[in-house]
Design a protein around this ligand. Structure first.
Ligand code: 6PG
Length: 245
């Protein structure tokens, strides 16, 4: 199946981070000007981290109306928020600690004191309470692993083929540690107004091709099932990850 993705191939990972950060700024400015708020879901991974570091310093930091920004996480490892494995900690250290975002505007996944299932359910309610019943986020940022996983949706997960009625799910036995995670589902991701997928490195070239230029009969990878409607989909890849396109 073809996608409606816009694909931008940039020279290297630094250029991908720069482009992603600039797009974050533009989308934030546009949404805040239009309706006074910008809601974005962040991701884990090294490429998003480099983007956060750019947003955390001048000149981009000053261009974002942070007091009107709401931040969520498209996936989280089921660990404490100060654990080295936490996607929230990654974003806190790279971004949140350096910007004037009101503390009440960051919505980390509640990973303490409940089960992954209860946390997933509570998180969906938090998103709905802060973005509206339709849960349309202005931006969902995603990374992709070499196996084509995105958020914490790994190949073969039943949520990919059985249309989940849930917007956020608990994931167990993740092939990439840690095993327990919380993840946005495809329906929630695909409701977003804008989705940005970042992929860098030669080890992702085959998965990038399979997602964007699938051969007839080829199984769909999780990242290839990201197809927001009516939202926009943009893949930012470096030359190495885009080499098989
Ligand atoms: C995780 C990571 C993972 C990551 C991709 C891409 O929860 O294990 O967040 O999903 O986003 O593997 O990571 P890199 O950008 O570091 O290649």
């Amino acid at each position: 199946m073809t996608t409606n993705a816009q694909v931008q191939v940039l020279p290297d990972a630094a250029a991908v981070a720069q482009e992603a950060a600039q797009r974050f700024v533009a989308l934030a400015q546009e949404a805040v000007a239009r309706r006074g708020q910008f809601s974005a879901a962040l991701a884990g991974g090294s490429t998003p981290k480099a983007m956060y570091q750019l947003l955390a310093q001048p000149p981009l930091r000053e261009q974002v109306p942070w007091e009107h920004v709401l931040l969520f996480w498209s996936d989280e490892r089921f660990v404490a928020p100060d654990d080295a494995e936490s996607n929230f900690l990654l974003a806190r250290e790279a971004l949140l600690d350096h910007i004037p975002l009101p503390a009440a505007n960051a919505f980390p996944v509640p990973t303490i004191g409940s089960s992954p299932e209860a946390a997933a359910m509570a998180y969906a309610e938090t998103i709905a309470a802060n973005t509206g019943e339709t849960m349309v986020l202005d931006l969902v940022l995603l990374g992709m692993g070499p196996d084509g996983h995105t958020a914490s949706l790994f190949p073969g997960h039943p949520a990919l083929t059985i249309l989940p009625s849930l917007d956020v799910i608990a994931v167990h036995h993740s092939p990439k540690p840690p095993p327990d995670r919380i993840s946005f589902t495809l329906p929630l991701i695909n409701r977003a107004a804008n989705v940005l997928v970042l992929a860098t490195g030669a080890e992702k070239a085959e998965a990038v091709r399979q997602c964007l230029r699938p051969a007839a009969g080829e199984a769909a990878l999780p990242a290839g099932l990201v197809r927001p409607r009516p939202g926009t989909l943009t893949w930012l890849v470096d030359a190495a990850a885009g080499a098989a396109l």
